[in-house]
Design a protein. Structure first.
Length: 459
């Protein structure tokens, strides 16, 4: 908001090349707002304005920029300035940038780092993609349990400037094994002569460096903490993950799931920055699959050509039948996928979900069936369009809606479980995918019910 409020005045200063004033103004701006401002400038203006920032502020601002803006700056700033920024960046944010670079450029960038920072960067990049190891930072405060509160506070004053967070202090032994943690509040409220062993908490959640990043999101939400320790297989403290990094992961995961639920591959870049050809490719694949699936609908209808020819009135309700089944399936699928994502249900809960969806589908089907029957009765009484067999037509519609809606809810609820059982992403059980399956079976239900009820009258 800071950047947006001052945008007209800043734009005028930039156009007039009044860099002395800009430098003075920017020195008091938050890094996040400076990043927002830079992202809104033309690519050729970004390096000019970025050079006006003090060194520490420039590194903080660089961390808040998106990957494309970071790449643009690295390509237009001198090696010395780039080296200074990269060495000042927090290891986790730097890893997010480095993992997006091609191999040749990555090696060039790594050569700009100091030996210590280069070793840290290589270690973090050595963990699997999307693992917690890629998110963690080795910048934390760790102490021994035999220290007093006063000694710990002195240690924080000396070493705390480089720590990612001071909210939590970790207690380790001589071999680096994590034994406990101390909240900074507890530390500040304790008597200076108290020992760490008297106030530390040895009941704490932790992550493994090889855990999937989604597990980090789950634990942060479950325990409502700001930072979590990351351990190796033996319990040695490797680093920490902070909530700001996890929020980025959560946003990416939600965005990916939304794209998949919309019936397409997840985008790699923001929508406006995604190349049109790649955007088309990511959408075309699923559209072709769904189109081929819908061809089964036409095939199913071809088996009932004679019935349709004899009772054209049946075709009037096809859109109603298809949409009702697809909508109920999409609702169930969305509810189950979301519940899986936030940990409300797991694979072993499938039978409970099935029971609930059968009950829900039955009630929803009865409601829609009643509405459908009343619609036929109402239209018949006003316009007389269904002839003497209006009651049979209305009954056919009501029973079909009951069956189709129940089928849609069951399929929509169970598909995510099936996909997860085979280690696939439940979000792939998207609304269009569910609707395609429900359409085909829905037609079979409709025409078979119609044949049983209308045989000897309309059929």
């Amino acid at each position: 908001m800071f950047a947006q409020l001052l945008q007209p005045e800043i734009r005028e200063l930039i156009d007039n090349k009044n860099f002395a004033v800009l430098k003075d103004v920017f020195s008091n701006w938050p890094a996040a707002d400076l990043a927002e401002l830079l992202s809104g400038l033309d690519e050729d203006e970004q390096p000019v304005i970025f050079r006006l920032l003090p060194r520490e502020l420039s590194a903080q601002t660089f961390e808040h920029l998106n990957i494309d803006a970071q790449k643009n700056l690295m390509a237009n700033l001198g090696r010395k300035m780039v080296a200074g920024i990269l060495n000042e960046m927090s290891p986790d944010d730097r890893t997010a940038l480095l993992e997006e670079l091609p191999g040749k450029l990555l090696n060039n960038i790594l050569s700009l780092l100091s030996k210590e920072e280069r070793d840290i960067a290589k270690t973090l990049l050595g963990y699997p993609e999307n693992s917690v190891g890629r998110l963690m930072t080795p910048d934390y405060i760790a102490v021994r349990e035999n220290l007093t509160v006063s000694q710990v506070l002195d240690h924080i004053r000396k070493k705390g400037h480089d720590s990612e967070t001071l909210d939590v202090i970790f207690v380790i032994d001589g071999s680096g094994y994590l034994k406990a943690e101390i909240k900074i509040r507890q530390l500040l409220l304790s008597h200076p002569r108290k020992k760490v062993s008297d106030i530390m908490d040895d009941n704490f959640p932790a992550l493994s460096a090889l855990d999937d990043q989604e597990r980090a999101v789950f634990l942060f939400k479950k325990y409502d903490v700001y930072a979590l320790p990351v351990l190796d297989s033996e319990g040695v403290l490797l680093g920490i993950v902070t909530v700001d990094d996890v929020l980025d992961v959560a946003e990416e995961e939600v965005t990916e799931d939304i794209h998949k639920m919309g019936g397409m591959e997840a985008l790699e870049d923001p929508y406006m920055e995604e190349p049109i050809l790649r955007l088309t490719r990511k959408r075309a694949g699923w559209l072709v699959v769904l189109f081929l699936g819908e061809l089964l609908t036409a095939t199913a209808m071809s088996y009932f050509e004679e019935e349709i020819a004899r009772a054209v009135v049946l075709t009037l309700f096809l859109p109603l039948i298809i949409s009702s089944g697809g909508n109920s399936g999409s609702q169930a699928s969305t509810l189950v996928i979301r519940s899986m994502a936030i940990g409300e249900i797991s694979l072993r809960d499938w039978w409970r979900v099935l029971y609930r969806e059968i009950a829900s589908g039955l009630m929803l089907g009865l409601i829609l069936g009643a509405v459908g029957f009343m619609r036929v009765a109402f239209w018949h009484n006003i316009f007389g369009v269904y002839g003497v067999h209006w009651f049979a037509v209305g009954t056919t519609l009501a029973i079909t809606l009951l069956g189709v809606v129940m089928w849609g809810t069951i399929i929509g609820a169970m598909l995510p479980f099936i996909l997860k059982r085979f280690r696939l992403d439940p979000a792939t059980s998207s609304a269009p995918f569910v609707a395609t399956i429900v359409d085909v079976i829905g037609l079979l239900i409709y025409f078979n019910v119609a044949y049983l009820i209308l045989k000897g009258s309309l059929l």
